[in-house]
Design a protein around this ligand. Structure first.
Ligand code: SAH
Ligand code: SF4
Length: 448
C-alpha cells in the first residue's frame, strides 16, 4: 500500500515513525510524499499536553472521514495518546483501523496485514517493560540520524504523563547501540542524535554494559560517558548529540567526555522547568536551583561557548509571581541560548492533576510572553558574543526562509546561514563560516 506517516510530538516520536516507515517499506509497502496519494496513513500521537493530543486525534478524525469517499483505505493511530486512552480511543474515533501504543510500533506491518484481511479496530497496548521490535530499523536517506538508546522514564515528575505512556526505563545494550551507529556511519551518516527522556540515566535501571564488554580505555565508570567514548571511535561518524538530559546526571565524567571527545557536540538540552526551589520540590525534580546552576557553571567553565537550552513550564498550580520571577532570574543567570516555554496543562493520572489548575489562562499567556521576550533579548546577547568567530558547520542545504542562502549547524546546534556565492557546498559536508551578524535564533556569516 502507498503510505504516509504523520508525526506529532517529540524527537522520540520522530524516531519511532522513521522506524515504522522503514519496517513498512521492508514489508513491501511504498512511501509517498503527498498525503492525497496515500492509501494508508498512520498518525503518531503525542499526549504530553492536552492540545498536542487534540491535534493528533483531530487529524485522525479528518483522515477517517476521507475513507467514506474512498480516498483513504486505512487509518492507524500510534504513540502516546493510544496508551493514555486505551479502548476509549475507539469512542473518539469509531472507524479507526488500528491503534498501537508506543512500545509496540514494530507490530504495525502485521496490523496492516490483519486489517487488509478484514479485521477492524485492533488495539495493541504495550506493557510497562516491553522492549519493542524494530528499534534499529532505519531508512537512511541523509547524513543525520536519530538513535534511541533509552526507553521510558522512571523520574515521575509530578506534572508529567510520559512515564505512564512510555513505560519504565530500559537502556538498550551498549553493544547493540554501537553496532547500529556503525551501520549508519557506513551508509553515510555523519551525525547521530541519541534519544531518551533522560539519557544521562543510561545504564542506571538495567546495565547497558556486560562483563563481556571490554573495560573503558579512558577509565570511564559511568555508563553514558562510556557510551560516548565507544561511539566516538566509530569511523565516518563526525558528530554525536543527545537529548534530553536531567540535571542530576551532569557529572564530572560527562564534562570529561565533552573535553576528550571532539565528536561530542557542545550543546546540552537541560530542562529546568522552574527557578523556584519551592516549585522544583513540588514537581519532584530532585535538584535545587543552586544545584542546577552549579551544573551550568561546570559546563560553561569548561567552554564559555557551550550552548545550553531548556524547557520551562509556566503556570504550574500555585505558581506565584515570586516563583515566576525566580524562573526569570534563573534563566538569566544560566544564560540559555534558547528555551522552550510550555503552559501548564493538567494530565490525567499525574500527581499534579489533583491540584487546582489555578493560574488563569490569561496569566499563563502573560508569563509565556514575558519569558519569550526575555529569551529573545538573551539569545541576541549570547549570539552577539560569537560575531567575529569562525565556526565549523555541518551543511544542511538551502535555508528554509530564503533558498538563495544555505544553512547548517555548529557544534552548539546554532543555525548558521551563509551565501553559497554560486558554489554551494555538498549537503553533509563541513565548512568554516566567519560570523558577521547575530540574531536571537540564527547567525549569519561568510565562508572562509
Ligand atoms: N524527558 C524530558 C521531557 C519530556 S516532556 C525531560 O525531562 O527532559 C517535554 C517537556 O514538556 C518537559 O520538559 C516539560 O517542560 C513539558 N511538559 C511536560 N508535561 C507538561 C505538562 N503537563 N504541562 C505543560 N508542559 C509539560
Ligand atoms: Fe516527564 Fe520528568 Fe520523565 Fe522528563 S524526566 S519525561 S519531565 S517524568
Amino acid at each position: 500500500m502507498k503510505f504516509l506517516i504523520h508525526t506529532y510530538g517529540c524527537q522520540m516520536n520522530v524516531r519511532d515513525s522513521e522506524a515504522v516507515g522503514a519496517l513498512l517499506v521492508a514489508a513491501g509497502h511504498e512511501r509517498v510524499e503527498k498525503e492525497e496519494d496515500a492509501e494508508l496513513v498512520v498518525v503518531n500521537s503525542c499526549t504530553v499536553r492536552d492540545k498536542a493530543e487534540q491535534k493528533a486525534i483531530g487529524k485522525s478524525g479528518n483522515l477517517i472521514a476521507l475513507k467514506k469517499y474512498g480516498k483513504k483505505k486505512m487509518v492507524g493511530l500510534m504513540g502516546c495518546a493510544v496508551k493514555r486512552m486505551g479502548a476509549d480511543v475507539f469512542k473518539a474515533l469509531p472507524d479507526l483501523d488500528f491503534a498501537v501504543g508506543p512500545r509496540r510500533f514494530g507490530m504495525i506491518p502485521r496490523l496492516v496485514e490483519r486489517c487488509l484481511a478484514g479485521e477492524k479496530r485492533i488495539l495493541e497496548i504495550p506493557d510497562e517493560d516491553e522492549v519493542p521490535e524494530g528499534l534499529s530499523a532505519h531508512s537512511v536517506s541523509g547524513f543525520q540520524a536519530f538513535v534511541t538508546i533509552l526507553l521510558g522514564c522512571d523520574n515521575r515528575c509530578s506534572y508529567c504523563i510520559v512515564p505512564d505512556v512510555r513505560g519504565h526505563e530500559y537502556s538498550r545494550p551498549a553493544r547493540e547501540v554501537v553496532a547500529e551507529v556503525e551501520v549508519l556511519a557506513k551508509h553515510g551518516v555523519k551525525e547521530v542524535c541519541l534519544l531518551g527522556q533522560s539519557v544521562l540515566r543510561y545504564g542506571v535501571r538495567n546495565p547497558a554494559w556486560d562483563e563481556n564488554d571490554p573495560p573503558s580505555p579512558g577509565g570511564y565508570t559511568e555508563p553514558f560517558p562510556r557510551l560516548l567514548e565507544a561511539l566516538s571511535k566509530v569511523e565516518g561518524l563526525e558528530r554525536i548529540r543527545f537529548t534530553s538530559a536531567h540535571p542530576k546526571g551532569c557529572t564530572d565524567e560527562l564534562v570529561r567526555a565533552y573535553a576528550e571527545f571532539p565528536k561530542v557536540c557542545r550543546h546540552l538540552h537541560l530542562p529546568v522547568q522552574s527557578g523556584s526551589d519551592r516549585l522544583l520540590k513540588e514537581m519532584g525534580r530532585r535538584y535545587t536551583r543552586e544545584e542546577y546552576l552549579t551544573a551550568v557553571k561546570r559546563l560553561r567553565d569548561f567552554d564559555p561557548e557551550f550552548a545550553l537550552t531548556t524547557d520551562i513550564i509556566v503556570g504550574y498550580p500555585g505558581e506565584t509571581e515570586e516563583d515566576f520571577e525566580a524562573t526569570r532570574s534563573l534563566m538569566e543567570e544560566a544564560g540559555f541560548d534558547n528555551s522552550f516555554i510550555f503552559k501548564y496543562s493538567p494530565r490525567p493520572g499525574t500527581r499534579s492533576a489533583k491540584l487546582e489548575d489555578d493560574v488563569t489562562k490569561e496569566e499563563k499567556e502573560r508569563r509565556d510572553q514575558v519569558l519569550l521576550s526575555d529569551q529573545e533579548a538573551r539569545g541576541q546577547a549570547r549570539n552577539n558574543l560569537l560575531v567575529g568567530t569562525v565556526r565549523e558547520i555541518l551543511v544542511e542545504g538551502p535555508s528554509l526562509r530564503n533558498a538563495q542562502r544555505w544553512s547548517g549547524r555548529d557544534s552548539g546546534n546554532r543555525i548558521v546561514v551563509f551565501e553559497p556565492d554560486g558554489n554551494p557546498p555538498e549537503k553533509g559536508s563541513f565548512v568554516k563560516i566567519e560570523i558577521l551578524e547575530a540574531h536571537p535564533q540564527i547567525l549569519l556569516g561568510r565562508r572562509v
